[in-house]
Write a protein that binds this ligand. Sequence first.
Ligand SMILES: Cc1cc2nc3c(=O)[nH]c(=O)nc-3n(C[C@H](O)[C@H](O)[C@H](O)COP(=O)(O)O)c2cc1C
Length: 411
Amino acid sequence: MATLSNKRILVGVTGGIAAYKAADLIRRLRERGAEVRVVMTQAASRFITPLTLQAISGHPVHSEFLDTGAETAMGHIELARWADLVLVAPAGADFLARLAQGRADDLLATLCLATKSPVAVAPAMNQQMWANASTQNNLISLKKRGVTFWGPDSGSQACGETGPGRMLEPAELAEHAAALFQTGSLDGLQIMVTAGPTWEPIDPVRGLSNRSSGKMGYAVAQAAMEAGAQVILVSGPTTLVDPDRIQTLRVATAQQMHDTVHTHIHPIDIFIGVAAVADYRPIQTAARKIKKSDASLSLELVPNPDILASVAALDPAPYTVGFAAETNDLEAHARKKLEAKKLDLIAANPVGDRHSGFESDLNQLTLIDQHSLTPLPLQTKSRLARELISEIAQRYHEKNTTQNTRPAHRQ
Ligand SMILES: Cc1cc2nc3c(=O)[nH]c(=O)nc-3n(C[C@H](O)[C@H](O)[C@H](O)COP(=O)(O)O)c2cc1C
């Protein structure tokens, strides 16, 4: 069964006989792992009580457009942003007409206008209402604007007539929703990603760091979450905000990153080290700001712990993926790192080029493991991260099938 892990679905319910089926739909979406919030039209609450849908969704139901209390708790724009999918089921003829006109005269219609996420509707109405030219014109116009139609089905209707206009069964709608996201390649797995630079203090105001922005690591964590995993992101200092639905642990130095990784490493299934960890740190940190003088100043540096190698050396070790940022001889250096650190996979990326790597929104990778070399072309970091996660998921599942066992710490 395709899952909806980590997905947020806003179910809109409009006034019609099929409104009672919304309760079963919400239950089935939640069974697949989705978080569900419900918005009802005024008419819908005459057919099924908000209390029922509140109990089944586990959250208060929203319906009042101009309720200032509800607006403060979770306003209409916030709800529109929150949703990964808006699914209106049942969608009555009146609602389709309002949606086609782009009206914002109630909460549900406004949300459909305000969301950037896909809007899907499951029409439900008398077969003559469905066949009516007005409804069919609305259907054409909404489809042109990207609204997805699931159903209607054909069959016997509550009004005693037979024909197209029945709402699709809740189980079918849940299946459509899951197919829309195609999540699940990492369903049920626990993933840790490190990201960003580290900061090695010289004195209270100065330190050694590098140009890593954290964008690639955050994109990888996001893509893993979208694929259904529970994700821990261990981040060095970045200006990026903590991503939603991901447990973010902030650190500064390489030693802190090492310790935080090892505190949370069990029961991680896949470890992806994207952070640009400083190889060295000053042997000591001055307690006070070092004063300027004419004399030259030497800093003695000592090596930091190798986080990636220490994770790959664990027994049992998670599937371990490293990143190799290189300015030259990319493949040779990456292969050496793969073997020296006993990694499962390494993602090599060229840095020092203004089109990709540190600080850029674009990147390219070459994936190298014992058996293969897979180039992933220059593209946005978020698209690249999704491709990378799909490659990792495939290799992780292959490895576990070959070994015919789950890692010992997951048994
Ligand atoms: C008993 C009853 C059943 C109804 N069933 C439907 C229906 O299945 N589909 C539909 O499009 N309208 C149906 N309607 C009409 C809607 O309830 C009406 O258009 C209402 O204004 C919809 O409001 P809303 O779009 O704000 O939910 C029904 C009305 C009544 C009284």
